[in-house]
Design a protein around this ligand. Structure first.
Ligand code: MIC
Ligand code: SF4
Length: 754
């Protein structure tokens, strides 16, 4: 039986009426995305049409998901909101903090020891406030959510950008910062700008070496890392219905890499099969009663140009495997072109490590298809040239794969390590031997992100994203440019061997099984439970509120850093070794912007201190300004804050005294995070004004006292030679968000109302 089936049935029971009203209001056939949005309006039935890409709308999500690295800050904030229990079903998943090194058993034991304090905190805070806790080893948040909580037509938010994975089961699932999660858990509305809609029509059918991963690698190549910003991507067509639910999850998962608000698919047989196999036939029964509402209207899919803001068509019949990278997930190279591309760009083709896993590709189907390649190769006497590392997505997947012999197949290959059911190398929790030598090298993995330094901390590791099947083939060949469709491998006898095309099981033939799934149900009444945070801990620290705005114009703020080029959340608040401070704002602030490249001098973590004229690290310089009572300013390029939902990327600058971030454009989640934490997230009205910012600049916000919705702000740039440029900046603050700024943070506002 499904968790929270009563909640799901309640959601479904209001579908027919709410959709009928929405259809009348909007007065045209509806996409699936619109159906889910309009059935989740905070105020009930639709009373007006919300222009896409324009109006802020209040929604009522059905559930909240959090992972250990973001939940610490989310729950520290929730503890301040003055509530007894969460208002909607919520879960926390311990997956990000487990370091991959020697293999699952040793790694798990080590992690329980090093992270014990944080796991205990999460376990007790969840217990107290009615939140389900999936213990370390239970699996990666998005795989566990897909297996247990996602349901067609539902709306969920999660404190992780890959929450969107649940679109594989037809949800609108959206990644947010912890402060947004706090709103929903505290029983308040959740606000989102009405997304635009991108329709992706999948024609043909996947076959041979091509997998769902290649669909999204292709789409990422078309749309780039910011092409999906502010949009929901809705997939449809024969190619959509013919692929598995977990394959759909893979596609939706990496929608985060194109900046999409989320991605989704209509309810179909693949979802029925997956729900049934994961012991949720009760959802199928309920969903079938309203099946017509759980997918887009036929008129929409027949003439998508009339209903979507943009339509893309991908032909699965002609699609081939892709490898995307290095350093950005949208640099797409079809496998047949890799030899030329690698030679042209100087990408090393020798591969030492090939990794399968992450929330993107760690399903049973993924493992079974990769295993088929390994089995074929070993039976033909081929040995691996690279090391293969595998992180299964959940204990249920791992246990079942073990029972069915898949793990034996992997283990029969020389150089394979099975890591924990956790994020591991995907988030830099990987103790890769030799990484500190910073050698130039390439790796391949089935993850979603490949930003610099992400997997092993080495800035010279070039990571290429590809399907699990391709990762397995490349592990065998040891070559980035190996094309299994055409190339051969040499076996132990010196014979040339061609790999058979991958085969696999969408779902385990004998059903899923698990002994200990790792779930901890919360106490019915948690009021007596005490949440312990030691005052001397360097991992956890209770929050103190940010200062309220004094109501005056900001004058004489100093430039902290003008970031050059790509500045993702990994550049602003690096993960890997820093994950351990996710519950301690002051300590984690020591990584603030250390990865960002300073536009002056083009070095990282080296900025000019305007007080001393000397160069220093970004966090230390910010602290010096703060100590001197100065507010500071961050300047950035396009798509600033791309990547993660981690609100630390907004809280750290705030904590260190930065007050405004002015950029050419923002990634959605990060912009909201800045607003929530009481900062000014602003964009140049004239992009070229970025070039006016000089190293020793001071900033005056001369009309901040008149901060209002839809009205530009004026900023004076005072250069060191005394000259002044006056520029205009745009903002997207609505009335409520301006209140967050006034109060110093959204949380301050909640508290003042409690
Ligand atoms: C990631 O993939 O970058 C993460 C780690 O899962 C983040 C969340 C985090 O920073 O904790 C995300 O994608 O939101
Ligand atoms: Fe974990 Fe990687 Fe997925 Fe983020 S992208 S949730 S780090 S597996």
């Amino acid at each position: 039986m499904a968790f929270d089936i009563d909640m799901i049935k309640k959601v479904y029971s209001r579908y027919p009426e709410r959709i009928a009203v929405a259809r009348q209001t909007v007065n045209k056939p509806l996409t699936l995305s619109e159906k889910i949005l309009y059935t989740h309006l905070w105020d009930g039935n639709a009373t007006e049409e919300y222009p896409r890409g324009n109006s802020y709308v209040n929604f009522a999500p059905d559930r909240v998901a959090m992972q250990d690295a973001t939940a610490q800050m989310a729950l520290l904030q929730f503890m301040q909101a003055g509530k007894k229990k969460v208002a909607v079903p919520s879960t926390t998943h311990a997956d990000h903090l487990i370091l991959a090194k020697d293999g699952a058993v040793a790694d798990m034991a080590r992690s329980n020891h090093t992270n014990g304090e944080v796991f205990d905190f999460l376990s007790s805070v969840c217990d107290k406030y009615g939140i389900g806790f999936w213990k370390p080893g239970a699996g990666i948040i998005h795989q566990v959510v897909l297996e247990n909580y996602a349901f067609p037509g539902g709306m969920m938010i999660g404190t992780d950008s890959h929450t969107v994975n649940a679109g594989g089961l037809g949800m609108v699932a959206i990644g947010v910062g912890g402060a947004d999660a706090v709103d929903v858990m505290a029983g308040m509305a959740w606000e989102l700008k009405m997304p635009k809609l991108i329709g992706v029509k999948l024609i043909g059918k996947l076959s041979g070496w091509t997998s769902p991963k290649d669909v999204i690698l292709k789409v990422a190549g078309i749309l780039t890392t910011k092409g999906g910003t502010g949009s929901i991507v809705e997939y449809f067509g024969e190619g959509a219905t013919s692929m598995s639910a977990t394959g759909k999850g893979t596609i939706c998962n990496m929608g985060a890499e194109i900046g999409a608000t989320t991605s989704t698919f209509g309810y179909d047989d693949s979802m029925r099969r997956y729900l049934t196999a994961t012991d949720r036939a009760d959802i199928v029964e309920a969903a079938d009663k309203i099946a017509e509402h759980l997918t887009g209207d036929p008129e929409v899919y027949a003439n998508p140009e009339l209903y979507f803001d943009q339509v893309i068509e991908v032909n699965l019949d002609t699609l081939t495997p892709h490898l995307n990278g290095p350093f950005t997930p949208d640099l797409a190279t079809p496998v047949a072109e890799m030899k030329v591309a690698a030679a042209k760009n100087g990408w090393p083709t020798d591969i030492e490590w090939a990794l399968i896993g992450s929330c993107t590709n760690s399903s049973y189907e993924d493992l079974s298809r990769a295993a088929s390649i390994v089995k074929d190769a070993t039976s033909k006497g081929v040995e691996a040239k690279a090391k293969l590392g595998i992180n299964p997505g959940s204990e249920q997947v791992r246990y079942t794969a073990e029972r069915d012999g898949l793990m034996d197949i992997f283990n029969s290959l020389n150089g394979t390590t099975i890591f924990t059911n956790a994020c591991g190398p995907c988030i830099g929790q990987w103790d890769r031997a030799g990484a500190d030598k910073e050698e130039v090298n390439s790796i391949v993995h089935s993850f979603n992100r490949n930003f610099k330094k992400r997997a092993d901390g080495n800035p010279n590791t070039m990571a290429f994203v590809t399907s699990p099947e391709m990762v397995a083939a490349i592990a065998l060949s040891g070559k980035l440019d190996f094309n299994p469709l055409t190339d051969t491998l040499t076996n132990k006898e010196g014979e040339q061997i061609k790999l058979a095309v991958p085969t696999g099981d969408e779902l385990p033939k004998r059903g899923f099984d698990v002994e200990e799934n790792g779930f901890q149900a919360p106490a019915k009444d948690g009021s007596a439970i005490e949440v312990k945070v030691s005052e001397t801990s360097d991992r956890l620290h209770l929050l103190s509120p940010f200062k309220k705005w004094d109501g005056k114009n900001i004058m004489g703020a100093v430039l902290l850093i003008k970031a050059f080029g790509k500045c993702t959340t990994d550049h602003i608040s690096m993960a890997g070794p820093w994950l351990k401070y996710r519950g301690h704002l002051d300590n984690i602030s020591n990584n603030c912007l250390i990865g960002a490249v300073n536009a002056f001098g083009k070095e990282s973590n080296k900025v000019k201190n305007q007080l001393t004229g000397k160069f220093g690290e970004v966090p230390a310089t910010a602290r010096a300004y703060k100590a001197a009572g100065l507010q500071s300013i961050i300047i950035g390029d396009h798509n600033y804050g791309e990547g993660s939902s981690r609100e630390h990327a907004a809280m750290e600058p705030r904590h260190l005294g930065a007050i405004a971030v002015i950029v050419k454009s923002f990634a959605r989640i990060h912009e909201t995070n800045l607003k929530k934490q009481g900062m000014l997230g602003l964009t140049f009205s004239n992009e070229a004004d970025y070039d006016l910012i000089q190293e020793g600049d001071k900033f005056n916000f001369t009309d901040l006292v008149a901060f209002a919705t839809g009205k530009q702000l004026t900023v004076e740039l005072i250069h060191t030679d005394g000259s002044v440029n006056t520029i205009m900046v745009n903002h997207t603050y609505n009335k409520a968000q301006i209140e967050w700024f006034r109060f110093g943070s959204a949380l301050n506002l909640i508290k003042s109302q409690a």
